[in-house]
Every structure is written in C-alpha cells, then in structure tokens.
Design a protein around this ligand. Structure first.
Ligand SMILES: [Zn+2]
Length: 468
C-alpha cells in the first residue's frame, strides 16, 4: 500500500508516521476501518453536459447494438450500493438553466443568472470551490471535451461576469487547478488571444507541463499539467473515430480522465476532479442523434475508467450527473406495433460524421449547391433527403423562407433533425436547454447525500463538508 492510499486525515488520525508505518503492508479495508468508512479523500464529479433523461436509455440500447454490451451508468443505477436521485437545476432567473449558472451553483453554492460565472445577481462574487480547496492544500483537476475555459469547468475555478470571456477565465486557473485537460489553446496562446497576451508562459514557469497530443499525455508523469489538444472544442467523438489523424492526436475523454485520476490518486492530498462530457450538449443543440450517442458512449467509457480505478478505494466518492436537459430526444415507436423501431434506431450506427462536420465539409467545398449538400448527407448519414427537404434545408441555411411551425426547430439543425428523424425514429422538443431535473448517481463514502431531490446549489455544501 502506498502512502497515497492512506490519505491525509487517516494519516493524522493514525498519529502520523508511527500509525502509518503500522498500516504498511496491511490491506485497504483496514485503512477504511481505521479512518472510518465515511471518510472522503477525493471526489470525482462527472458531468454529461446537456444530457436529457431519454439519452440514458437510448445510449444503453445503442451500446448494446454497436458494442454488444450495456453502459456503465445504467449498471451503476442498477447497483443497490449506489445512491440515485434527481438533480434540480433551475438558475436564479429561469427554470431553464445554462451551463454557467448550473456549474456556478455547484461550484459557488448560490443560484445565479444565466450567462454569469460565479457572479451573483447583485454583482457580488462567489468563491469557486477549487479556489477554496487550493487554500486548504488540496489538489484539483478539470477535464473536458469543450474548451477548458468553457462554462462547466469555469464554474468550479473562475469568476466572470460573462461566460463568453474565456480569455479572462484562462489565466484564473493558474495556481488554482493542478490538472487541466481539454480544448481551448486559442484562449492561452498569444498568437490566438484577442489581446495577444501570453498566458502559456506563466503556466510553464509555475511548473505546469504543456501537453498538446495524446502520446505526450499518456507518457506524462508531471505533477501539474496543462493539456490543450485543440484550439477550440475537442472534435465530436463521431468525427474523431472517423479521422485517423484526430485519433492519433487527440486523447479520448476516458484517457484524459485516467491520467488525471491516476495523478490525483498517487498524491496524498485530498482532491476534487471534475470530468465533463461537453459535446453531448452541443450535439443535442444540433439535433444530431449520432453525434450525441457517440459522445455519450465516450462519457460512459470515462465513467467506466473512473469506477475501475476507484473500485478498491474506500475513500473516493464518484458522482455522475448532468447540468440540464437539452432538446429532450427520444426514440418514437415506429411501424405496426412499433416493430420497426429497433431497425430504424440501429440505422444511426451508419452515420460517419456529425452535422457540424457535414456543414463544414459542404461550406468548405467549391460546390455550395443544394445538390452537393444532399450528396454529403447521403454519404455521411446514409439516407436520401427528398427534393423538397433539401430545398427547405438549403433555404434555412441561406436565410430564405422555410415552412416550419415550431420556432425552436426553425433553423438548419432543427430541420435536418426532423428529416433525419423520419429515418432514425428520433424526435426532439427543440434546439435548446430544457427545465427537466437530471439524473444523479453516486457511489462511495457518503454517496447517500446525493439521493432524492438534490438542489444544484446544495452540491457545493456537500463539497465543503466532505473536503473543506
Ligand atoms: Zn448548451
């Protein structure tokens, strides 16, 4: 057993060196008994951003179809040892939260208005949880598939009147977050920042290793890491899986999570690690079923990795949840007695590009005709749009007249989502966040705190009581 596994508080309770020496060579369970089973040394807080509840079932079914196994989150909910509840996630000014207000409620302990990061409606600031924990000598980590300066990670470590000011959020992580992994080089590099300020050198001067590709990440043993794997967000998992160059350069969410967690487990300090599957939200805004499901499976792989790495640790609490619903997708029953449902749902597996990528390929192509767009959709999504559909889609993209009754769906994503739904069975309520409470599961010491209805700002209190 390593000293790391004993934990600071156990160490103190055991009377420092003498007590710890007595433990060396004994098994982990005895450590737990000595320290009390409810002792928490570390918390892994996992967020599938914008995951509506229907995604859980669709991901479970999709996983069985494409990987011949179920999802880890589904299994966790079925485990009687786990706590299960609903995360209440309104913001101060709306039943429908955005990610910055939600993350600020978790990170700062107060409901605030949408769009802000730890700035209250009256203008005063909340102290983000990681700033507080850092003062206590704990270790911290943020892992995401968005820019690392995006709303959800920012809510744990930064303060900003606007979530859009990512260039102001980047320098705030210095000395507050030990492990940073995600996209967002554009907010650190002087060549890319709007103010040309060099935010990278202060990090490297402070001992952070700047890591820019998968191999370097997997090889790194540095105590502090600044892992920036793309200028903006990390590509959708579906696009990564279909591009050998991206596969080589960009680590998976599970790989980033594994490196971050191993690092934290190998140090004796208490820790808080936030892991975000960010692009589930973006795919839901885009009404992109394949993009959504592949990113949810990538998030589930990260959860599987975390649960595997902490299986023998009795002092690590793992929490998995979402910050809000988004577009509430669901599989509609299709055919006589719904017998066609499985088959058409399974057709999602034939998609080889996100909607984002499809529109990118089309707009970068020398031929920007509607016919060319239809051909790319046929190639990447494996279905053929009717002439009227492609005409409406083209019209929507070029700001022309469109036949659409729902204002939520009156945009290119909303239209393509509906056309695709005729081939996949997936329907969407809109292209924006929804007010639904989200799922929360927890396992480990004091997991029961996260059962029942959990108001999102209460998570902060639990963090303080467990790690503060
Ligand atoms: Zn969103």
């Amino acid at each position: 057993m390593s000293e790391a596994k004993i934990g600071r508080r156990n160490w103190l309770k055991l009377g420092g060196l003498g007590g710890a020496a007595a433990l060396l060579g004994s098994c982990e369970k005895k450590v737990a008994a000595a320290g009390g089973k409810s002792e928490v040394r570390g918390i892994v807080f996992m967020v599938s951003d914008g995951m509506s509840n229907g995604v859980l079932t669709m991901a479970e079914n999709f996983s069985h179809m494409v990987r011949k196994k179920g999802t880890r989150w589904w299994q966790l909910i079925g485990n009687p040892a786990s706590a299960r509840g609903l995360m209440e996630c309104s913001s101060a000014d709306s039943f429908v939260t955005d990610s910055s207000a939600a993350a600020s409620a978790w990170g700062g302990g107060v409901k605030i208005n949408n769009g802000a990061v730890n700035v209250r409606p009256n203008g005063s600031e909340s102290t983000p949880i990681m700033r507080h924990l850092k003062k206590l000598g704990h270790r911290t980590g943020l892992v995401t598939t968005a820019t690392i300066t995006h709303a959800t990670p920012a809510g744990f470590a930064a303060v900003s009147e606007s979530r859009q000011d990512e260039h102001l959020i980047a320098p705030q992580y210095l000395g507050v977050v030990d492990l940073l992994m995600g996209g967002g080089m554009d907010f650190f590099s002087p060549q890319k920042r709007i103010d040309s300020r060099d935010v990278l050198t202060p990090f490297t001067n402070a001992g952070y290793e700047l890591i820019e590709n998968r191999d370097a990440l997997l090889a790194s043993k540095s105590e502090k890491m600044l892992g920036l794997f793309s200028g903006g967000h990390i590509p959708f998992e579906l696009d990564r899986l279909n591009d050998p160059e991206l596969m080589k350069k960009i680590p998976t969410l599970a790989e980033m999570s594994g490196v971050a967690l191993a690092n934290l487990l190998n140090h004796p300090e208490k820790f808080l690690l936030q892991i975000e599957g960010a692009r589930i939200d973006h795919a839901a805004h885009a009404n992109d079923a394949a993009g959504l499901l592949w990113d949810q499976l990538a998030f589930d792989d990260a959860l599987a990795k975390v649960l595997e790495m902490t299986a023998d640790s009795e002092d690590i609490l793992v929490i998995v949840t979402s910050d809000h619903g988004n577009a509430n997708p669901g599989l509609n029953g299709t055919g006589n007695s719904y017998v066609e449902s499985n088959k058409i749902f399974g057709s999602i597996a034939r998609s080889t590009a996100s909607y984002d990528k499809i529109l990118q390929i089309w707009s970068n192509s020398s031929d920007n005709s509607p016919e060319r767009l239809a051909a790319i959709i046929k190639d990447k999504l494996s279905f053929t749009l009717k002439p009227k559909e492609i005409a409406e889609l083209y019209s929507s993209i070029t700001n022309g007249q469109v036949t659409e009754w729902s204002k939520q769906l009156d945009n290119p994503n909303g239209l393509l989502g509906q056309f695709a739904g005729n081939h996949t069975g997936i329907g969407w309520t809109g292209t924006s966040h929804t007010s639904d409470a989200t799922m929360i599961s927890a396992i480990g010491p004091q997991a029961e705190r996260f059962s029942g209805i959990v108001p999102n700002q209460e998570v902060h209190r639990h963090f303080l009581e467990l790690l503060g």
